[in-house]
Design a protein around this ligand. Structure first.
Ligand code: TYD
Length: 151
């Protein structure tokens, strides 16, 4: 089991630890500017960025968790709902501002839902893509959360 920077074990993460973080804003009549710096603005070093776009209004992505990955989610345009689930509790967070992001620590089952038409969602991640880090099976996720090996 990994022990993270905060000293918490990956399996013990709860939905309360999924934090909304206000990002710096530089207001400007020519157009506002917001920025993110790994470790300074968000609690991990950024190794990867991906974004989801051209989403038909109202559509959702499949739910999954990551064993060791931290993610930071920002609705750059439009809105989406992130459903968070730690095996005990569920929380729904609506993202609709490009200057507020959501930190999703490892071992949280998360679903991106109800995208607005042409919404764009940016995700910053603490590691490069690794399919082996995904937990795509909900029952396996619950076994891991209970302390099992997920087999
Ligand atoms: P995935 O994370 O499974 O998205 P969702 O759970 O919302 O369907 O990603 C979809 C596909 O994209 C999957 O086949 C893996 C691929 N992918 C990459 O190759 N690199 C990446 O950084 C990400 C996020 C996904």
């Amino acid at each position: 089991m990994r022990v993270g920077d905060e000293g918490t074990t990956e399996k013990a993460t709860s939905v309360e630890e999924c934090r909304l973080i206000d990002l710096p804003q530089i207001p400007d009549p020519r157009g506002n500017l917001t920025f993110i710096e790994g470790r300074a603005t968000i609690p991990f070093r950024i190794e990867r960025a991906y974004w989801i776009y051209d989403v038909p209004g109202g559509r959702s992505r499949t739910g999954h968790a990551h064993r060791t990955l931290d993610e930071f989610v920002v609705a750059l345009s439009g809105s989406l709902t992130v459903t968070l689930d730690d095996g005990m509790r569920t929380r729904r967070v609506v993202l609709r501002r490009s200057y507020v992001g959501l930190h999703v620590p490892p071992m949280i089952w998360r679903r991106f839902e109800d995208f607005s038409t042409n919404g764009v969602c940016l995700v910053l991640a603490s590691q490069i893509y690794d399919e082996g880090d995904y937990v795509r099976d909900r029952e396996r996720f619950l076994r891991l959360k209970r302390g099992g090996d997920g087999q």
